[in-house]
Design a protein around this ligand. Sequence first.
Ligand SMILES: *Cc1c(COP(=O)(O)O)cnc(C)c1O
Length: 478
Amino acid sequence: MKYISTRHGSQGSPAPLDFEDVMLAGLARDGGLYLPAEWPQFSKAEIAAMKGKPYVEVAYRVMKPFVGNTFDESTFRRLIAEAYASFETPEVAPVKPLGDSGMHLLELFHGPTLAFKDVALQLLGRMLDHTLTARGQHATIVGATSGDTGSAAIEAVRDRKTIDIFMLHPRGRVSEVQRRQMTTILAPNVHNIAVQGTFDDCQDLAKACFNDLAFRDRHALTAVNSINFARVMAQIVYYFWAALKLGAPDRPIAFTVPSGNFGNAYAGYAAKQMGLPISHFVIAANSNDILARFFEQGAMTMTGVVATYSPSMDIQVSSNFERLLFDMYGRDGKALADAMTAFRSTGTLKVGANALGGVRELFDAGRVDEPGTLAAIADCLKRFGETIDPHTAVGYAVAQHHRRDPKTPMVVLATAHPAKFPDAVQKAIGVRPALPARLADLLDRTERVDGLPNDAGALKDMIDDRMAAAKPRVKVRT
Ligand SMILES: *Cc1c(COP(=O)(O)O)cnc(C)c1O
């Protein structure tokens, strides 16, 4: 399988790449996002044959066409098995009915850091390490996080000799649980940096590292944020998994996705393109509702970001949305590149009525405000006895208004464990959810973190210094 950039045909576009290079590169050099030139197709019989199989088997079958020959069969099976052995339940992603409402929770938070990002990152960390080891190479991950991505990425690559990770977070602006899930990982290849600034400042600092091509090449910088296609690939699996549990391929299934960067929802769209019978998606947003406004009005307009109870969805622009826009632009990379450039300068992108009509057949969207989020947590507990986190609550609240057909099961993606956001949950139901046993001592663990001003030069100096110091360690093994 070959991968192309969403901006292919524009200036600096790479030739089509294999999976291995796409995984290592993250973002394409023309500024676009990679996706497969064609979606692999699963027949009804092939989907039916996965019924009742364990999660890791479904994962192998769904992902095999994407990785091609990057891994041999036994290696790929082993990486998958190891990745999902880190989850607390052998089911990996349990599907729980909400009474007889026809709604279901797909629990994606049983991994090491209690949010759905572990599902993709636990596998990506292992795939990267395997590939780098085989090539005798070392890579450096530089990333910015407002919370969940950072801990999931750190947990995925901790103690790997082939990778160093520098993770920037805005000092004092992530929750204590989120910060400690990063800073208590004392592995020598993990570098936590608290930046004097906002999340956007952190992102700009990370970008400055990537835009300095000499620096980028010197350290073999790589990105594991949600624009990395390998993450999308791993997320496709649980759409198949949940749909199979609820009667696919003989019956259509609907999904509601609490969305920020649109990575998770895009994986669902991919599953649909591959042949999974999905009736429709509901894109659920908090007050930062750029996506909901797009599906309503056909225009994407940038506004400021407000802080909410569901911080992992507090985004200004959804980075993965470019992949869906690519299809709306008739897969014309040049036209999309021009539209994205204009969007960056004007703050608005409009699509035509035809393109909008097409995606609206498949996507509904809605938003819920802060009181609505807390009310949804309380409502779900009262009606169904389930305590949900504020991100899941956004999905739960929006889903109720978008059941197109009451006979079609509606799956709400439960993206985080309630204990990851205890303040909001306590506010909603008066009870503070307890951390799972394996994280019970999180608040007592030793932290290690460096402070840094909002200054790209200081960051690059730090990375240069650390990596110079680390060199002997790398050399010993090569
Ligand atoms: C990252 C995240 C989201 C948003 O997912 P996207 O793929 O960015 O749309 C939702 N909920 C939680 C808990 C998250 O960590």
